[in-house]
Design a protein around this ligand. Structure first.
Ligand code: EPZ
Length: 423
């Protein structure tokens, strides 16, 4: 397993370009299942999760070509309804093939996604919504097996604005019979990107990004030109924080700052100066210290849970005390023990973390437990005194394209150590 080794204390300066959004690319790739001919994408990030999805699509019966950010997905003659466990277990987002397979084939057999490091993450809301559209499910040997004649539009009310659930239903409903109304839908920008892609291929989706989405089913979708994936707001936010933590100045190109208001207002309150310049955002400290702020994670447009770990790292070296409440996942504080080993003063109580700022962290060997925890530990290592080694960075490779290369261009003293064992 590879590691990243870094020497802290270098103010990061320069320009970095944000890659395509992982969490927009994944549902959009699974939407390819709805098509009976080739679909094409641009600005696709080169990430582990993208390669996992490509492998899964190939096992379902698609030909996938991926080169220099461009991807083509073409169906072979036979499409299989089965998403096998050994791929699904590595990526929860595989559940996003459920809706498209049922809509396209009338059947689907998807291994139950294993709970991952940040929580149980059931799919009950996905299943109950698809049942309303006419699907029937059985659980058999760890697989969710679904069947339906032809999915029919329905009026669905989500108990919780589930991102994946909203995406699964939007995709299934786009070629179902009749109208589907989705209430309490997730409003994340990646939902809007998925709707924009599907509408560019002839779907009839209105309200994406709002609490109620309406989808009129159509008989066929056709991709007439390559669709460009939106930039990754979480990667962008991670580099804005890197500028603030290292007391540097970073110009983040392709920064979707209009989708980042909750994060940017908290960074501003903590003493980070954010200047927009076209589609770029420049981040640096307003003064020589950063101040504590309280955070509560919420569904979009609230503060994103995917930025909680990175923000906690910054707050651990701010002046003052902060309270961070994680309301989306029941176990998303796995980075805390590792930050404490680096000298952070953080106490957990249920879903809340009390962070008392310290002047500086101390470099140490630490281990990534999940994607965003890994990013948080790299940020910590970049501003800590001495050297830090972050192990198990395959977690990082899931969601950050060329992170060490981008950081090196910003002046970071960081390098990848190839692991001896096979991952
Ligand atoms: C998406 O996960 C993202 N992943 C996550 O990003 C992100 O943290 C999350 O949305 C919230 O914003 C992708 O887009 C690929 P949810 P998803 O369904 O769809 C519970 C990252 O770091 N829930 O909104 O799985 C669930 O247990 C990843 O890039 C149910 O109870 O999120 C969780 O506690 C991590 N039943 C909460 O809702 C359901 O049927 C949020 O889940 C579905 C969800």
């Amino acid at each position: 397993m590879d590691s990243l080794i870094m020497e802290g204390g270098v103010p990061l300066k320069g320009t970095v370009r944000v890659s395509g959004a992982k969490n927009a690319t994944l549902p959009i790739l699974f939407a390819s299942i709805l098509f009976d001919d080739t679909v094409e994408f641009e600005n696709v990030p080169d990430l582990r999760d993208i390669h996992t999805t490509a492998k899964l699509l190939e096992m379902l019966g698609f030909i996938v070509n991926f080169e220099n950010g461009r991807m083509q997905v073409s169906p072979k003659s036979e499409i299989s309804p089965e998403a096998p466990y050994d791929l699904v277990k590595t990526m929860r987002a595989s559940v996003l093939c459920l809706g498209p397979l049922l809509a396209r084939l009338g059947e689907a057999s998807v291994a139950m996604p294993g709970g991952c490091a940040i929580g149980a993450r059931p799919v009950d809301l996905h299943l109950s919504a698809l049942e309303k559209m006419g699907a029937e499910f059985t659980l058999d040997g760890g697989y969710v097996k679904g069947r339906c004649q032809k999915l029919k539009g329905a009026h669905i009310q989500f108990d919780f604005p589930t991102v994946g659930g909203t995406e699964n239903i939007m995709m299934a409903a786009s070629i179902a019979e009749g109208e589907t109304i989705l209430d309490n839908a997730a409003r994340e920008p990646e939902i809007v990107d998925l709707a924009n892609f599907l509408n560019s291929c002839g779907a009839k989706i209105t309200g994406a990004g709002q609490p109620t989405i309406t989808i009129q089913g159509v008989s066929r979708l056709k991709c007439t030109s390559p669709y460009k994936i939106m930039p990754d707001r979480i990667e962008a936010g991670t580099y804005l924080i890197a500028a603030a933590m290292t007391d540097g100045e970073i110009r983040v190109e392709d920064c979707p700052y209009k989708d980042m208001e909750a994060l940017c207002s908290k960074l501003d309150a903590a003493g980070v100066e954010l200047i927009t310049d076209g589609n770029a955002m420049i981040a640096k400290r307003k003064a020589n210290i950063l101040s504590a702020v309280d955070i509560v994670t919420r569904p979009h447009p609230g503060f994103p849970t995917d930025m909680q770990a990175q923000m906690m790292t910054m707050l651990s070296v701010c002046t003052g005390s902060s309270v961070i409440e994680e309301t989306i996942f029941e176990n998303r504080f796995m980075h805390v023990p590792e930050l404490v080993r680096m000298g952070a003063d953080i106490r957990l109580s249920g879903h809340s973390a009390m962070v008392r700022g310290v002047p500086i962290l101390t470099g140490a060997p630490v281990m990534a437990s999940d994607l965003r925890a890994g990013a948080a530990l790299v940020l910590a290592g970049l501003c800590a005194g001495g050297n830090t080694t972050v192990e198990r960075i395959y977690h990082l490779d899931r969601g950050y394209e060329g992170m060490e290369t981008k950081l090196q261009t910003l002046g970071a003293r960081i390098k990848r150590i190839k692991g001896s064992q096979v991952e």
